[in-house]
Write a protein that binds this ligand. Sequence first.
Ligand code: HEM
Length: 501
Amino acid sequence: MHRARCDTGGRSIRADQQLIRPMNAHFLSRVREAYEMPVTVSALSGPRPLPLVGNLPEFVRGNVSHRVLESWADTYGLTYRFRLPDLDAVATADPAIIDVVLRRRPDDFRRSAVMATVIDEIAPHGVFTAEGERWRRLRKVATRSLNAAYLRQYFTTITKVTGRLVRQWESAATTAGPIDVLDLMMRYTLDVTAALAMGHDLNSLESTGDGLHSRIPTLFPAFGRRLGAPVPYWRYVKLPQDRRLDETVREIEAVVLQSYAKARDRMATGAEPANFLEALVQPLDDEPQITEKEVFGNVLTMLFAGEDTTSAAAAWALHYLAANPDIAAKVRAEADEVLGDQQLPTDPATIGRLKYAEATVNEALRLRPVAPYQVFEPTRDLTLTTRDGTKLFLPAGLTIFALLSYGALRDTERFPDPEAFRPQRWLDGKLPPEALPFAPFGNGPRFCPGRNLALIEATIATSVLARGFDLEEDHSGGPVRERMAFGVFPENLRLRARARL
Ligand code: HEM
């Protein structure tokens, strides 16, 4: 990164230092700081933009924008600028900057306003896009309904859906063709998330044809399409796909409000909450009762944030197990020991003992991070200090891409032999303090509140499937590759499975 210095009226800083030589070192360094003007965004280096489109063509090529951003950081330095058609952006993999951006929320940094508006047009009042006081309140609600005590209550739902997943793999294993892993894992996480968030058993794993189970998965791609659209046409004219989207959202709202009424009745009997909705009924300390709009917004956010992300993580884990039979054998041996003659965990504590399976999921998330970057903006003009001590000026509203997983393949001190799939590193690794960023679930006050739920779901699925089936790679549809669509998903991920029992 270049250093910029203020105009000192033709005198060099060295000349000024000589003037003040008799003064003490501390005072001298204060004077030097005062002279050192922060670097502005325009002084940063970055890829050369094309007229009108800027760096967009390269950014979107191959649907791997996260890898493009990371390779630009390799070329132009940890913090660089680039241009999209209507905005100048900064991307950073600098741990010092990312740490401040993530921690000083919601006061000094917010999520990208453009992104928040597009999400809010589909699913308003959710914690992911909320800011300021509204966020503080919704955050309390979200973290409470996902805390450890409640997760234990949700255990029965999770294992019931996992049982269905195993049956689906059994039936898919007997058919001639390979298994579409992402499809099955999406149905699995959709059923878990809908059961917990909406109090509604969608049973998409065993359902066919049209229904809410087939429409909810269209929400995430619809959002991705809108975010990538050159103009927000839907604000002026609704295409059939936009009308379908509105209908789906209304349908979910009707189901949620119906389930919420039932949740209130059940909680009035003094029962323990068995899903998010029931957890929401109990008022927060010193807070007014959550409104129905907030309940709905919260549920949609959970569907948005929790379903596709977790399915991609579990699918990638299975992909690596198929490619590494020796590691699959270790996952299986652990499951044999922990589960004994039970097919599924029988109590929440059992899941905590599936340590190697969980390490497998963490290692898959390292190599294939589902949310490799997040986009933020400062709420006011700010000057931050980079890792090399340079001061960087960030104007209010600047678009900042924080590369949260840059260190996954580059931090060789923390992850030796970084390209290798080696779950064991999660069981004995120590993190050096000056590490490059690796924060697959974010950090600071807006850290992903669904992390534990995601790990539980993905760990159980990985463990029981590796135990129940011999997995084999299938490249008949082409090589497995990443596709970025707000999150990173596997494409062409097909496996052959043979039941072992
Ligand atoms: C492997 C799965 C998942 C990954 C990789 C993931 C990743 C992330 C990341 C990177 C963020 C942004 C954090 C930040 O800004 O510091 C986030 C936020 C969030 N996630 Fe997750 N997530 C996953 C699963 C889930 C699940 C299962 C749920 C809930 C059911 C969930 C709910 C949320 C919510 C509500 C937020 C917004 C938090 C806030 O703004 O305060 N996530 N997630």
